[in-house]
Design a protein around this ligand. Structure first.
Ligand SMILES: [Zn+2]
Length: 203
C-alpha cells in the first residue's frame, strides 16, 4: 500500500483485505469510502463489529452463531426433537427456516470435507453431533443431510452416513435433501420453493 495512505485508512483497508471476494484494491476503496462517511456512521459501523465479538457466541449444542447458548432453536421445546438437519454453514439454516417446511433441530459442521482445501473431518464439528446421538438420552430418529450437491457435499454425506451407521447402527435414519437442487448449485442461492421441495422429497 502506498506511503501516501494515512495509517488509519491503511489499517482499515488491511482489515477488509481478504474478506470473501475482497482483494487489496477493493479493500482500499472501501476504506476510502468509509472515511468519507459522517462520523456517526463510522462509529456505528465499528460498534456493530464490536458487538459481534462481545455478544455473539456459538451455541454449544448445534454450533449456530447466537446471542445465547443454547440458541433459540435448540431451546425451543416446540421444535421436533427427533430430527436434526446437518448443514455446512450457519447461513444455510436461515434458508431452510425460510422454506417454512422444517421444524426440527440443526447441526452446523462449519464446512464440508475437502482434502484439496485442507478441510479434513478433524477440522469439522462432528464430535458434538455424535454426542447428541448418544443413547439413551438422544431422541434423534432422523438425520437430514443438507449439503450442496457438489464433490465436498457428497464426500461429507458419504463420510457421515458411514460414521453414523458404524456408531449408532439402525437407531437413526439418514436422509439427504432430494436433488431438486441442480448439480453444483449452492444451498445459499436456492429459492425457498426449491428448498421446500428438496426437503419434502428427501431420501
Ligand atoms: Zn443451537
Amino acid at each position: 500500500m502506498s506511503k501516501h495512505t494515512p495509517p488509519p485508512i491503511h489499517d482499515v483497508a488491511a482489515e477488509f483485505d481478504g474478506l470473501p471476494g475482497v482483494g487489496p484494491r477493493a479493500a482500499l476503496r472501501y476504506a476510502y469510502w468509509l472515511v468519507s462517511q459522517p462520523k456517526e456512521r463510522i462509529i456505528r459501523f465499528s460498534e456493530a463489529i464490536r458487538k459481534l465479538a462481545e455478544q455473539i457466541t456459538r451455541c454449544n449444542v448445534c454450533g449456530l452463531w447466537s446471542s445465547t447458548s443454547p440458541c433459540i432453536i435448540c431451546a425451543n421445546p416446540k421444535r421436533d426433537q427427533s430430527k436434526v438437519c446437518v448443514v455446512a454453514h450457519p447461513q444455510d439454516v436461515r434458508i431452510l427456516e425460510d422454506s417454512g417446511v422444517y421444524n426440527g433441530l440443526y447441526h452446523v459442521l462449519s464446512g464440508t470435507i475437502d482434502p484439496i482445501s485442507g478441510r479434513t473431518p478433524e477440522s469439522l464439528n462432528f464430535p458434538t453431533l455424535y454426542k447428541r446421538l448418544q443413547p439413551p438420552v438422544s431422541q434423534i430418529k432422523e438425520i437430514v443431510l443438507a449439503f450442496d450437491p457438489d464433490v465436498p457435499g457428497d464426500t461429507t454425506a458419504l463420510y457421515l452416513r458411514k460414521q453414523i451407521s458404524d456408531q449408532f447402527g439402525e437407531q437413526v435414519r439418514i436422509t439427504r435433501l432430494a436433488r431438486g437442487l441442480p448439480n453444483g448449485a449452492q444451498l445459499e442461492y436456492a429459492d425457498e420453493m426449491t428448498v421446500a421441495e428438496a426437503l419434502e422429497n428427501r431420501k
